[in-house]
Write a protein that binds this ligand. Structure first.
Ligand code: FES
Ligand SMILES: [Fe+2]
Length: 397
């Protein structure tokens, strides 16, 4: 049960906080600088990481009701995620079986049927082609053969994962490695989407490194989060997914109460990342909230796009709405002007050939594990991916 595991991690955290320790990797880890800008490597990452494994593409809160949908471009592929009249979330390639035009424009909306804007072919929520305009003029086709192409999808813990390859053999359970149960502790199924925006950043891995990195907090974010933030981290892994927390006084504070009264807020503190491109961080602006950050590689190795979604546990009151807005604004500034501004300069410096390697310290285990997982997935055949995820070996080397 997730709570038991959360308590176990809290006890581990408390132990480290009391002893003034963290877990350290055996050695400092080197990553080739070219991994962040080499175009061949970038192509491989798109094809072998982003197109083969499940990606968390939407929150349930974005399409809570039957008929709600979200259309998005994911590494160049047009994707449509919709919740049918039966309440089930489905995903399709957003391309019409007549001449391939996207059926639904980018963004979210509501529709009982999807009608292509080009020649008005229409599809039901299961993706079946149900009407061909001027059918007699068009000529006979077997409509059953021309539905939308479905993509593998699963909805768990208030989050929706989709695989971009319709024929991918990857099993959701193998990939998720039990992490979905942990994420279930948030109860996101019933949360509300407050606001969302998209920011431009550097190479997706430079951006993602930052989400796994607490080492930089009191330095890069001294003006916004303050110099008192801890720069020490504890990492916990489930397959390729990682949670990071600081050993903290807040965790020690749990000991003041019996274990069954330990608050879910404190127990789930820190950053929860979902491999390869999601970060979930808790905030209190306007009540219990999370910032869900979704990173996507851009068209070139040196660019990425991050959608920041502010999800709130409860519908905010007017006063809470203001607080939430302030928090959301602050996080835009922190990520755009501090993290990504630095990341874009870092990108430029690396592209200049200034260095052969970048370093991840013994205190930055999250980065070790993330880069090893990317490397390992790149070299693994389709058939062996499930075995790789099931091996769950966090060290991987
Ligand atoms: S391309 Fe969709 S109806 Fe023609
Ligand atoms: Fe940061």
């Amino acid at each position: 049960m997730a709570r038991a595991e959360l308590i176990e991690m809290a006890r581990d955290n408390i132990g480290h906080a009391q002893a003034g320790t963290i877990t350290q990797e055996p050695e400092v880890f080197k990553v080739p600088a070219s991994n962040y800008f080499d175009p061949d490597r970038f192509r491989l990452e798109i094809d072998r990481v982003f197109k083969r494994i499940p990606l968390m593409l939407a929150a349930t809160a974005e399409l809570p009701q039957p008929g709600d949908y979200k259309a998005m471009d994911v590494v160049g592929l047009p994707v449509l995620i919709s919740r049918g009249g039966d309440g089930v979330a489905r995903a399709f390639i957003n391309s019409c079986s007549h001449r391939g035009a996207p059926i639904v424009k980018l963004g979210t909306g509501k529709a009982k049927r999807f009608i292509c804007g080009y020649h008005a072919w229409s599809f039901d929520y299961k993706g079946n082609l149900v009407a061909v305009a001027a059918k007699d003029d068009f000529g006979d086709i077997d409509m059953a053969q021309y539905g939308l192409v479905p993509l593998p999808i699963t909805e768990r813990a208030g989050l929706i994962w989709v695989i971009l390859d319709p024929d991918s053999p990857v099993e959701m359970d193998a990939f998720l490695s039990g992490y979905d149960e942990m994420l279930g502790a948030f109860g996101l199924e019933n949360w509300h989407l407050f606001e969302a925006r998209t920011l431009k950043g550097p190479n997706w891995k430079i951006a993602y490194d930052g989400y796994l990195d607490l080492y930089h907090l009191p330095v890069l974010h001294r003006e916004t989060f303050g110099e008192q933030m801890s720069n020490r981290a504890l990492y916990y892994a489930w397959g390729p997914h990682q949670r990071v927390t600081s050993p903290s006084r807040q965790m020690i504070g749990l000991l003041e109460k019996p274990e069954d009264e330990w608050s879910a807020d404190v127990l789930s503190a820190g950053v929860w990342t979902i491999f390869p491109h999601i970060s979930i961080a808790s905030f209190r602006g306007g009540g219990r909230a999370i910032m869900l950050s979704q990173l996507f590689p851009g068209e070139t190795p040196g660019e990425s796009f991050t959608t920041q979604m502010y999800l709130m546990e409860k519908e905010p009151t007017d006063e809470q709405r203001l607080e939430a807005l302030q928090q959301f604004k602050l996080l835009e500034y922190v990520v755009q002007e501090e993290d990504y501004a630095t990341g874009l300069r870092q990108q430029k410096a690396l592209e200049s050939g200034a260095r052969k390697f970048v370093l991840f310290g013994r205190n930055e285990g999250g980065g070790h594990r993330f880069h090893r997982w990317v490397d390992r997935i790149l070299e693994t055949s389709d058939q062996d991916l499930n075995t790789l995820f099931r091996s769950g070996d966090p060290r991987l080397s």
